[in-house]
Design a protein around this ligand. Sequence first.
Ligand SMILES: [Fe+2]
Length: 572
Amino acid sequence: MPDKPDLTRRRISQGITAAALLPLLGANLIGCSDSSDRSRERGVPAEFLHGVASGDPLQDRVILWTRLTPQQDGTVFVDWEIASDPAFSDVLNRGSGTTSVEVDYTVKVDADGLAPGMRYYYRFTSGDKVSPTGLARTAPASGVAAASFAVVSCSNYPAGYFHAYREIANRDYDAVLHLGDYIYEYAADGYASEDAQALSRVSEPPGELLDLADYRTRYAQYRMDPDLQACHAAHPFIVVWDDHEVANNTWKDGAENHDPDTEGDFFTRRAAAIQAWYEWLPVRPPEAELAITYRRFEWGGLLDLLMLDTRVIGRDKQLEYADFTNGGLIDVGAVRAAAASSGRSMLGEEQRRWLKQALTDSTARWQVLGQQVLMARLVMPEPLVRPLSGVGEGGLDEATAALLTSLAAKAKPVQERSAAEQALLDSVIPLNLDAWDGYEFEREDLLTHASQLQSRLVVLAGDSHNSWASQLTLADGTPVGVEFAGTSVTSPGAEGELGLENAVLFAPLASQLVDDLAYANLADRGFLEVQFDAGKVSATWHYVSDIKSAEYELMSQKRKEIVVGREELLLS
Ligand SMILES: [Fe+2]
């Protein structure tokens, strides 16, 4: 247990300052109000049905969140308090405010005046209703010896039960890092909804999310999930969005799953998605533009956590293999040249500058990037990528044959390979053009910068629904850092496309075939745990046995741990 916070009582009732009240979407941020002005009896009666949450922990403050469900529309009064003990005998800060339909009856507090590296208990009251008690933590002060995080992504409600959230709720972490796809925007009969009826997890609203009411309704449904509620109540979250918080394969000016002709203006939709995201997630609204979510968390000199947006603010449109297919084959040279173009960005100029400066400024032992898509090189021969991408000629049988042929060729000494075998191995192209592999120039620029700084770079990624551990390397093969990625909470991984047997078979073969890849799991759902101390970082993937059944267990035989020492940062 942490020490008792060293904090004077004078903070009580001081609440947050007016400066913390943010315009526009920060309107659900409340602080203290003049108690003489409070006429609670006039407020609309409301209940706490969506639990509590905390997030974005700093050394002296943390965001607290809840949502009221009113009996009828009107102003709802709410009080909050944070204490060092679960009985609330030692209250350290409290305040009051109101919420309304304007912010979907969500409530957000930036509870300040706290001490670093401490555990706190918080709750809300409205009329005679009291919320569940949540646990929050603050970021540690310098000298902290260790840190541990649960890392999650891709929690698709209709696809299955949120067992991973339940497991995380029952464990001890400094924070949960959610790397995006917290919700999915599809209609109730859309992606991964085959079992939704049987699981009583049919998406609400029934249509694809397009306007503010749609996005709010979807968040409200997710936040009724008891496992997700437990996870939020147990840990502060540090959240970034991926594409599905807006629409599939979002980029800065559009999305694959947005048709302006039938679905209206993309930016209107995006603004609605962003508003609902800020309303429903325990994120500290920025003072500037709300779309800017990249931000830094200093973890006591042990690590600097840099949360990125590779999706919304600066991403150029994804390349697509359909545009590089000639005569049934992918034009390897053309796609490589396009992916390496210096004009292509995923971060945008401003964020890239900010990130490089943050790396330059970092004196922490570890530099950790929390972001969406795979950064490591995941390239495979064209005859394998082509059928897996669904373009040109070939199906799963051809992909399997290409994989086996490639592995056989690779197993031979170079001088014993035939010209055709060598040509096959030389035909490598990205497996996924939506990931950093499709934005090679910017990746090389970033990794070169980190290499020159001798950063201890640990990249965390979600998005792919599968698990990966990779060496991050420069184009010339120089190791720069490591990447730990995945898996998903519920969204289907490669087993959805390959079939379960193939997915299990392919995973170890993929790590044989891909130089920088040390570990892959293409079949199991769960979460990633990452722990740091001064000398090492360890990543552990935990997998649940079944997301389609309320009964499940953690599969200890599939648990995978990788430990990397600080000096070499090399994956074996
Ligand atoms: Fe996803």
